[in-house]
Design a protein around this ligand. Structure first.
Ligand code: HMG
Length: 419
């Protein structure tokens, strides 16, 4: 029998502060409806220099091990997916291993491909376990990022930050993956990039949306071909995409998930044989079905709307939000997931929600993770954004959280908050 492999549990870390997106709109002289209904945002996480990629990753990983009672000696692989690197050589994963005092007998490394980097790490871990090379060990994959476009830019309302830590094992209580059925699509494009030395990303915003949709189409069609051959979905009755109970997308801003879902439906409508909506206009209309969006997508966006873009972690925030709300009723049902990273790369994959998903998500206690945040004014947000990245303010870390305290002789120093 093939091994069952997938995500056993997850934990989320968010920055300690956020702004209300309507406050930001008003401060920029923009109609708040553009940011709320136009982009789908409610709140946006704000980091300060003490909450860097390492601090967020270590906080999420420590929370995962504590909340889910993971014996560190079971871990054989620790991967951090990030595009907010802190060093050309020393990986974030090595800091996490040290800060959490994890055993030396494990593989540690970072994976980078824009927002796809976390999924790259997840697939390496899943395939490592599925192949038997893991020899019974589990993997921890952490997606940690800070999305920064800068003050007064079009991308500003789509910033955010945080980390999601995933426990990957042969006991997939959250999501048993359909290993080997993934569809992928890669294209060499300059849609979004962050040249070495820059804190802020450069982006060709509207072009990046088109790249996302084109890559999604390739990845989804690749998955669909394999899923039909494997008998997971069929070209009869409803469309193949409709046979997935829910679909979680990469969410740079919530409206993007709506656009992505319409595109996925369009792929099915365009490729279907037999009678269907004839004209391109009619197909477009059916693709944009509000009912389909409400059923398959809307319930995954609760956390994304309150945190913003977290690059590598955005898809996994959507998964967390989905299972937090619907873990119990989705148990045993197949869902789809679409990862996108600029540059670009898309991967579509599927899996079955585990029977213990609700129980695992209750332990992750996401409501209290968000409730502990402080709402700050736009003046305070702007002050924090202007702080030098190598000069963290002397703030005591919250209990259980890590903070960068200083950079001494080019070496980063961290502290952990004690209860
Ligand atoms: P913009 O050009 O300022 O906004 O920037 P817009 O004019 O396109 O308006 C946005 C939406 O608001 C539109 O809705 C408007 O109609 C609507 P749509 O037509 O798209 O459905 N709107 C209003 N709605 C209600 N009331 C109003 C109103 N006014 C307008 N008064 C943009 C938008 C997303 C381009 C910008 O924020 C940006 O550049 N963001 C960063 C790039 C990005 O997120 N790209 C997404 C795809 S690439 C990706 O996902 C990868 C990424 O995560 C990075 C990685 O991989 O590492 C970014």
């Amino acid at each position: 029998m093939k091994k069952r492999v997938g995500i056993e549990a997850l934990a989320v870390a968010v920055p300690s502060r956020y702004v209300d997106i309507e406050d930001l709109a008003r401060a920029r002289g923009v109609d708040p409806a553009k940011f709320t209904s136009g982009l789908g945002a409610k709140e946006m996480a704000v980091t300060d220099p003490g909450e860097d990629t390492v601090a967020l990753a270590a906080t999420a990983a420590a929370r995962l091990l504590k909340q889910q009672d993971v014996d560190p000696s079971r871990i054989g692989m620790l991967v951090v997916g990030t595009e907010t690197g802190i060093d050309h050589s020393k990986p974030v994963a090595s800091h996490v291993q040290g800060l959490l005092k994890l055993p030396r007998t494990m593989r540690t490394y970072d994976t980078q491909h824009a927002c796809y980097g976390g999924t790259a790490g997840l697939m390496a871990a899943v395939e490592w376990i599925a192949s038997g090379a893991g020899a019974g060990k589990v993997a921890v994959v952490v997606c940690s990022d800070i999305a920064r476009y800068g003050l007064n830019t079009a991308g500003e309302p789509t910033q955010g930050g945080g980390a999601v830590a995933l426990l990957v094992s042969e006991q997939p209580d959250l999501l048993a993956m359909d290993v080997g059925l993934n569809g992928v699509c890669t294209m060499d494009v300059y849609d979004f990039w962050r040249p070495v030395g820059r804190r802020e990303a450069l982006v060709d915003g509207h072009y990046s949306i088109n790249c996302y949709l084109e890559a999604l189409s390739g990845a989804y069609r690749g998955w669909r071909e394999k899923a039909v051959a494997a008998g997971l979905v069929r070209w009869s009755g409803t469309m193949p995409g409709e046979q997935l109970a829910r679909i979680a997308y990469h969410v740079p801003f919530c409206k993007m998930a709506r656009k992505a879902h319409a595109q996925l439906r369009l792929c099915d409508l365009e490729d279907a044989v037999g009678p269907g909506p004839g004209t391109p206009e009619a197909r477009d209309e059916v693709a944009k079905s509000q009912a389909s969006y409400d059923t398959q997508v809307a319930s995954s966006l609760g956390l994304n709307a309150r945190i913003g873009n977290v690059y590598t972690a955005s898809l996994y925030l959507a998964l967390a939000g989905l299972l937090q709300r619907e873990g119990a009723q989705l148990a045993g049902q197949r869902i789809g997931l679409l990862s996108y990273g600029s540059g670009c790369m898309a991967e579509f994959y599927s899996g079955t929600v585990g029977e213990k998903a609700a129980e695992r998500m209750a332990r992750a206690d996401l409501a209290s993770v968000l409730a502990k945040r402080e709402r700050v004014s736009i003046e305070e947000y702007e002050r924090l954004m202007k702080l030098a990245s190598d000069a963290p303010e002397p703030v005591a870390p919250a209990p259980g959280a890590f903070r960068l305290t200083e950079i001494r002789e080019h070496k980063r120093v961290y502290a952990e908050g004690t209860p």
